[in-house]
Design a protein around this ligand. Structure first.
Ligand SMILES: Cc1cc2nc3c(=O)[nH]c(=O)nc-3n(C[C@H](O)[C@H](O)[C@H](O)COP(=O)(O)O)c2cc1C
Length: 308
């Protein structure tokens, strides 16, 4: 039992501790139940991005190992909201019943697709504590540019979905212009921000001269991006007053603590889940131990406590 308060609130999503999981790196939770009691342990889980209808994702190979990380071009393969709820709804309700928040992630290729997915989730997913809008999805009308790649475009996505749900909306941000885009999202009613998504990179097979994945570029994640993510969380935290969930290369309590000091209220464990299924559980324990060692009563005393 922790001797300090670890409870936090991510923009209206109450969490028993600041530890969440990053979308797409944790299945939808059930895959980790053989290793520990997910619902009784974590503060929240964030599910894989889901669209209004099923998406096939990109061709394989979609994953490659690189120095201190991985690259992926999964391309948001998902079963659509109805398929997702049919497959995971009762499990996710049990996660919620055990005191862990459930955040459902929404994907779309156009404003209309975001609207349709949000409406379906609102109707079919009573188990969702809140929604995370992934604004990094490619915009089919604009040649694949990210849906929320500029402050104006991000604001448009927010304006499309905000009227459709009273539940908290977290926005998952791409790794650029986080202060300006964060401000635009806050102005349009986002309850929280989560950052960062993967950073575009390339991995070339020098024998074949071809990409090691089916596509020329893919998203880099894991310890390789941690220092960049901490910097972006800090920059964003200076610019907005809504809470931030820090994501990027978190594999230990110390990595999570850096995010909290930089200004994150919560953190998500991502790629580390793929090579150590106990990573998120261990981060809960290590982060709690760190807070206890700081001589404070409450994790809030450490949020943004970084000093230059
Ligand atoms: C295999 C894989 C699938 C992912 N799928 C999604 C997704 O569906 N939606 C999303 O917003 N981010 C997705 N991400 C990005 C992660 O949520 C996270 O933002 C990123 O990996 C950085 O955190 P990490 O370094 O701890 O992995 C995915 C990452 C990986 C490695």
């Amino acid at each position: 039992m922790a001797t300090v308060n670890m409870r936090v609130d991510l923009g209206g999503i109450p969490m028993r501790n600041p530890v969440n999981t990053a979308s797409g790196t944790y299945g939808n939770g059930i895959q980790f139940e053989d290793f520990y009691d997910v619902g009784a342990t974590l503060g929240a889980i964030t599910c894989k991005g889901v669209a209004h209808e099923p998406w096939n994702g990109n061709p394989a190979p979609r994953l490659a190992e690189v120095s201190s990380g991985i690259m992926n071009s999964v391309g948001l393969q998902n079963p659509g909201v109805e398929g997702f709820v049919a497959q995971y709804g009762s499990y996710l309700q049990s996660v919620r019943d055990r005191g862990c928040a459930v955040i459902c992630q929404i994907a779309g290729h156009s404003l209309d697709e975001y609207r349709q997915a949000t409406e379906l989730f609102e109707e079919l997913a009573p188990f969702a504590s809140g929604f995370e809008i992934n604004i990094s999805c490619p915009n089919i009308a604009k040649g694949g540019a990210a849906m929320g790649g500029t402050p104006g475009a991000a604001a448009e996505v927010m304006r499309a979905v905000r009227p459709l749900t009273a539940r908290p909306i977290v926005v998952k941000m791409a790794p650029h212009d986080v202060a300006e885009i964060g401000k635009a999202l806050e102005a349009e009613g986002a309850n929280a921000l989560s950052l960062i998504n993967t950073i575009p990179g390339m991995a070339i097979d020098v024998h074949t001269h071809r990409s090691r994945l089916a596509r020329p570029t893919a998203g880099v994640s894991g310890p390789a991006i941690h220092a960049i993510a901490v910097r972006m969380v800090w920059e964003c935290a200076q610019a907005v007053s809504i809470p931030i969930c820090g994501i990027g290369g978190i594999a230990s309590g110390e990595d999570a603590a850096e995010m909290i000091l930089a200004g994150a209220t919560a953190i998500s464990v991502g790629t580390a889940n793929l090579y150590d299924p106990l990573a998120a559980k261990n981060v809960v324990r290590e982060l709690t131990e760190w807070v206890e060692q700081q001589g404070v009563q409450d994790v809030h005393e450490l949020i943004g406590a970084f000093e230059c």
